[in-house]
Design a protein around this ligand. Sequence first.
Ligand code: MN
Length: 255
Amino acid sequence: MREYALTPGRLVDFHCHLDLYPDFEELVTECDRAQVFTLAVTTTPRAWPRNHALTKATKHVRAALGLHPQLVFERADEFSIWEEYLPDARYVGEVGLDASPRFYRSFDLQKRVFEQVLRACARTQDKILTLHSVRAVTAVLDMLETHLPAGKGNAVLHWFTGTKAEAQRARNLGCYFSINGEMLKNDRHRKTIAALPLDRLLTETDGPFTRSRNGEPARPKDVAATVEALALLLSMRFEEIATAIQNNLRRLVSN
Ligand code: MN
């Protein structure tokens, strides 16, 4: 499968729900034109065929095959569809666990589905996953350690809100972290982000669930504002951060 063609100095949005925007098709073109390396995540495997078809011939956009933990309660039976498409997918997500009050009643079911997802990915050993871990960082890391250890796959923790100790553990397990603008507005999360290793950082928008400066749902090109905020937080230049992030993506996809 053709990989991202990486060019120096470009932006990375490693987690965006392109198919939830009213102008999905135009947005794919916009990302390619703006040369923003974008991972189009999906929440149900039923969305995979269209996402894959619209992105596979682009230079900068790839689709990820997902089954969102918040949808598992109603859609656990779609795991068989997910599994059917897996051979065509290099990227997997959004998958993971959500133990927040609204979704806690499905937590055991979520764990069963997530275990199946990890085991399927471990069999092919070539997948890159973007993981949801709301109120469930330890459980996600426990399951990664058991079912998708380093060497069997690569995991990116999206919108990570764990503790410094959990971040250290994730780092030791080989995880990357994709950072969005909302995370950088929170003082506790800023401290955690500042302590993350630079060689494991990526950026994301998680659009349309975050807003750009103009108050509209963030689009992948808006990730520039997140690179700026990271540069301020880490006392580095924009170009240094952007280059580090692109090098990280290059390393991740060459594994
Ligand atoms: Mn998401």
